[in-house]
Structures are given as structure tokens and as C-alpha cells.
Design a protein around this ligand. Sequence first.
Ligand code: NVA
Length: 303
Amino acid sequence: MAKRDILSVADFTPDEVEKLVQQTVKTKKDKWPQVLAGKNIALLFEKPSLRTKMSFDLAVRQLGGYAIYMSPDEVGLGTREAVPDVAHVLSRYVQGIVARTFAHKSLETLAAYSTVPVINALSDHEHPCQALADLVTIFEKKGKFKGLTLAYMGDGNNVANSLLLACSMVGINFLIASPEDYSLKDNVLKVANKYAEQSGSQIMLLEEPAMAAKDADIIYTDVWTSMGQEAEHEQRCIAFAKYQVDDKLISYAKKDAILMHPLPAHHGEEVEVGIIDRFRSVIFDQAENRLHFQRTLLAELYK
Ligand code: NVA
């Protein structure tokens, strides 16, 4: 059977996404199939990680497999060792590669040269496992997708790209409020618009946070400065200042709106200090669902 790489949310069909979400909700407490018994999975990380590393490691163990972690210091993708060589070598040792890279291109090269599946554990372009696990959380909290409105505040980054694709596939309206220079790029929008035509989801790019937040079911935000952009921190804090999620912004949303964030959070930047504790935030459910979703994904890929 041909190997299957998961580099983008768009590597699934909308139907597969719905099924993976339902399967995740249904099998959280099951006896999980030991599909990874006797199999090894490499966790190759160019950037730090708490949730992704822990949840993938646990998911592999829960399916009977063994995970081998390589830290940012050890990886040297494209510097210590050419990416195709890394792909060839790992393919001789392990049955899958979960990789977190700076450049999305590195993931594509890994996938092109490896003979085992490559899963995106975050790149500068996408964070598909986060977005799909977030659909699980949204479904559990709201009981549906169609007709919901998610208002995303801030940077049109990796998390925003994957979330846009995921929402447009399942019929969640996606409104993003961001400064013009930091909005979503045409290439992702083009793909999302195609899904939206099918699902009925509305996509809107706005500049005013209050307009996006109005009557939203979900307020979602992420850091203004992603890993690898630290040199731009000051400039980004200025550009994004009015996009902070605070009590006032949340007051525009529906009364039962929830607050989502993929974490890590920069308290005092994209989220007002204390808002996560004061408001109906589901961020730790999101973190837990990473494990459940990724276990379902691996069980599906290796069944
Ligand atoms: N946009 C953030 C997400 C972290 C989970 C980053 O790339 O650093």
C-alpha cells in the first residue's frame, strides 16, 4: 500500500476529517488497537514542544509502539545533514516520522525522500494536528459544526492556516481579524474557498477585532510571535496591540462563546493576563484532545 503523508489538513478529504473527529470522540476511553506493536516512530523536532511531543509519544505507546525523540540540538536538518539523507536513514530504522520543522519545505523534502509516512507536527506553514484536534474540542463543546462562527484574532500564521482549512471543510464560518500585512495568504485562501463552497462555510478577512468577535461562538487566538520569529517580537507587539483578547472583546461574542488557544500563551500579549482563568476557556481540553486525536490518526494510518 502506498505510504500516506500528512503535511496539511488538505491531505484529508472533508469526509475523512468528519470521520476522524467522530472516531476520536467515540474511542477516547477504548482499549486501543495495538497497531504499532513492534513499530518505531521517530519524533524529529527542530523547535521546542510540550504538547506535541508528549501527546505523540503517549499516543505511540498507547498503540503499542515505541517513540524515539530527537531534540532540536540533535536534528541539524539541512545543516548537519542533508534532508534527503535524513529521510533515507530514518526510513531504514523506523516506520513513521513525526516532524516539527522551521521551513515547510523541509517537511516536503522529508516526505518526498522517505519510504515511511511523515506527519507534520508544526511547520512555519501549518499545524494540522492542532486544527483537527481543535475540531474535536469544538464538537464536544458545541455538539455541531455547521453554522458556528469562529473568530480568529491576530496573526495569519501556521495555526490560522490549518484552522481555516479545517473550519471551511466542516462548515464553520471563519472570520479572521488581523493587521493587513499579517493576514492569510492567497494560496491557503484559494484552497479553503473551494471547501467553503461545498460546506457553506463563510470566510471573512477583517481588520477590526470587534467586527470579527461579534456574535462569535468561538474566540480563537495564538501568539503574535511564533517560534523562529523572535527577532520581530517588538515590531509584532506594536502591530498586534489592538488584537489582544480581553473582556471587552469577548463581550461582543455570544453569551456562551468559548475561548481557544493552542498554547503556549504569551499572557499579557495576545491574551490579557487572567482572561484564560476568568473566561470560558477550553484550552486544556484542546491540549488533552491532541493526544486523543493523534492516537486516532495513527491508528487509522497504521491499521
Ligand atoms: N504559532 C505558534 C504555534 C505554537 C503551537 C508557533 O508556531 O510558534
